[in-house]
Structure formats: structure tokens, C-alpha cells
Design a protein around this ligand. Structure first.
Ligand code: HMG
Ligand code: MG
Length: 300
């Protein structure tokens, strides 16, 4: 039996949120349905944030109402506050994501409050999620570096991880928002977070690929025992409040890597290659996954 690694597909949210042209609700729905049909255990489907801050995600409720829910796939959405949580609950999501940062400057730019204020704002969201029996995930942006503050001390990441665990988070994302981390740093931060959380079941690696380090960082995190990773089909994505940061690590590349490592993901790589080519074509650009493009070329 090969070992299982959970891959969380984030393209419908992280992948699309930074697109300048509004992506039609129908395309978002088709993307989510094709991804869930390919076997993902978890798809990050939408954000219930202020449409003034992230206009691309304004149709989250319509998206959630129209998708074909596949048994075996959990659908997650971002919820920065109670307003977002209530909308998410009405949309029958499986998991809500509270998102903070290990950097004060990024917290201010992304959610307009300090780290401490964000935790206070998340408290009622966490309590309501627990009361409603909805899974709770906490995402820690700028865990490796911040566009405004530079390198992030490991202690700042552990501090937010502990606060998220106290709020009752089922899972915590160590997020390299701007993709600056390298393998040795990833090992250090994961092992430190491993002092307060179970690396195999509670901690996810969410790596953007700006500096081309994401796959190496995933291997480094695997070595520490992490078994949950986020990726985005065709490497789509970026955060509107992290200028210059590129997309998440491409799902095609991650699945190809996992297959080589003898890890089981339950996701159909061929289907993902096709989805990557389709959505990239729809967005008017060449697909960005190296493995995806190589596999697509071999097929044609
Ligand atoms: P604020 O301006 O401080 O708060 O924003 P506010 O309460 O004054 O609200 C401002 C306006 O938004 C008001 O409308 C509210 O009603 C409305 P107005 O009265 O001006 O017409 N509003 C909402 N509308 C819909 N849904 C809501 C909601 N809340 C308020 N939930 C706030 C604070 C947190 C709302 C804002 O800063 C925000 O929405 N930020 C979201 C930023 C975001 O989504 N960033 C990208 C996702 S994070 C990310 O990509 C990183 C990640 O991938 C990990 C990584 O890579 O690091 C997760
Ligand atoms: Mg991200």
C-alpha cells in the first residue's frame, strides 16, 4: 500500500481571485465540478469576503448553489468574519477557512487589522463553525516571508499556529504567500510548527511558486512528515495584496511528483492535465505547469 497524501485543489479560489477579468460564474462552476470529478478530496471553491476587496470572488453564493457536490469531496471557502461565515453556512460549505498572517504588515494590507485583532475577529467564527459542525481551517500567510517586512521569524508562525489551534482549527496552512522560502527554511518552520501540531494530520503546505522553489519545498515538507499540500491547476493564482507573487505550485507538477514518490493522492493526473489546458485556454494564456504541458504534448 502506498502512503496517502491529501492534495487540496485551490484554483477556484486562490487561482482565480487575482484574475483581472471577471470569470463567469458558469466557468467557475465547471472548473469546480471537473476538479471534484477528477477525485480531489478537498476543493477550495470560493471566498466570502468583501466584494470591494476581491471583486472576482463576489459570486461565491451563486457558485456554491450551482456546483454538483461529489460525495467524498469537501468544499472549503474563505471567511474573514461573521458576515462571511453566515453566508458560507447558508451556502452549505463543508469547511471554512479563517486566514491570518505571521506578519503584521501583511495582516493590515490583506484584512485591514492587526494579527491580534484578526484572532479576536476569528473567535466567534471558530465558535460558530464548531457549533454548526463545520470543519475549521486556519491559514497563516507570509509564513516564510512578507512583501512588506521581509523574512518571517519562525516564532511568529508558531505563535499564530498555537492561536489557531486554541480556536479549534482542524487544520493549519503554513503558507508561503510570495513563494520566497527554500527547502532548509521550510524544514525549520515545519519542524517548529510540529512542536505544537501534528505534522501528519493537522498541517498543510501552501506554497506559491514565485521563485521556482515550491516542488523542492514540498519534498522538504514531506521529509518532515507533512502529508497535506495545496496546489492550483496550471499554477493559477496569486494574492491581490501580495504584489509580484505568482500562482500556487501547479497541481499537475505535484501529482507527477507524488506519483514518482510512490505516494497515493486518489486524483486522476490525466484529467487534471486536460483541465489545466482547458482553463488556461479559457483565460487566454498558455498553461503554466511544466509536467502538464509535457504530458499534454505527449498525448497530442
Ligand atoms: P474592512 O473594510 O476593514 O471591514 O474589511 P468592514 O467591516 O468595514 O467592511 C467593508 C465593506 O465590506 C462593508 O461594505 C461591509 O459590509 C463589507 P460597505 O458598508 O462599505 O458597503 N463586508 C463584506 N461583504 C461581504 N462579505 C463579507 C464582508 N465583510 C465585510 N464577509 C475585510 C475587512 C476582512 C472584510 C476585508 O479586508 C476583506 O474582505 N479582505 C479579504 C482579502 C482577501 O480575500 N484576500 C485574499 C485571500 S487571502 C490569500 O490569498 C492568502 C492565502 O491564499 C494563503 C497564502 O497564500 O498566504 C489564503
Ligand atoms: Mg495563497
Amino acid at each position: 500500500m502506498s502512503e496517502y497524501v491529501k492534495i487540496v485543489e485551490v484554483a477556484p479560489r486562490d487561482g482565480l481571485q487575482n484574475e483581472k477579468q471577471f470569470v463567469d460564474t458558469a466557468i467557475k462552476v465547471e472548473l469546480i465540478d471537473r476538479l471534484s470529478a477528477a477525485g480531489f478530496p478537498n476543493v477550495e471553491a470560493a471566498s466570502f469576503v468583501s466584494p470591494k476587496w476581491v471583486p472576482q470572488m463576489a459570486d461565491g453564493a451563486e457558485v456554491m448553489a450551482a456546483i454538483a457536490r461529489r460525495p467524498g469531496t469537501l468544499y472549503s471557502v474563505l471567511t474573514p468574519n461573521m458576515r462571511g461565515f453566515e453566508a458560507a453556512l447558508a451556502a452549505r460549505v463543508d469547511e471554512v477557512v479563517i486566514f491570518g498572517a505571521a506578519s503584521e504588515a501583511f495582516s493590515q494590507r490583506n484584512i485591514n487589522c492587526s494579527i491580534a485583532e484578526s484572532i479576536a475577529r476569528f473567535e466567534p467564527v471558530a465558535a460558530a463553525a464548531k457549533a454548526a459542525g463545520v470543519r475549521l481551517r486556519g491559514s497563516i500567510s507570509c509564513s516564510l516571508g512578507c512583501p512588506y517586512q521581509g523574512e518571517t521569524p519562525v516564532s511568529a508562525v508558531v505563535d499564530v499556529a498555537e492561536r489557531f489551534l486554541r480556536l479549534g482549527c482542524d487544520e493549519i496552512d503554513v503558507a508561503d504567500t510570495i513563494g520566497v522560502g527554500t527547502a532548509a527554511q521550510i524544514k525549520r518552520v515545519m519542524l517548529a510548527v510540529g512542536q505544537v501540531a501534528d505534522l501528519g494530520t493537522q498541517v498543510a503546505g501552501h506554497f506559491h511558486d514565485t521563485y521556482g522553489q515550491a516542488l523542492a519545498n514540498i519534498v522538504a515538507a514531506l521529509d518532515t512528515g507533512v502529508r497535506i499540500f495545496h496546489s492550483s491547476v496550471s499554477g493559477l493564482g496569486g494574492c491581490p495584496y501580495a504584489k509580484g507573487a505568482t500562482g500556487n505550485v501547479a497541481t499537475e507538477d505535484v501529482l507527477y511528483l507524488m506519483r514518482g514518490q510512490g505516494m497515493d493522492t486518489g486524483v486522476d493526473l490525466d484529467a487534471i492535465v486536460e483541465i489545466g489546458q482547458w482553463i488556461s485556454g479559457h483565460l487566454g494564456r498558455k498553461a503554466a505547469s511544466r509536467a502538464g504541458n509535457a504530458l499534454a504534448a505527449r498525448k497530442s
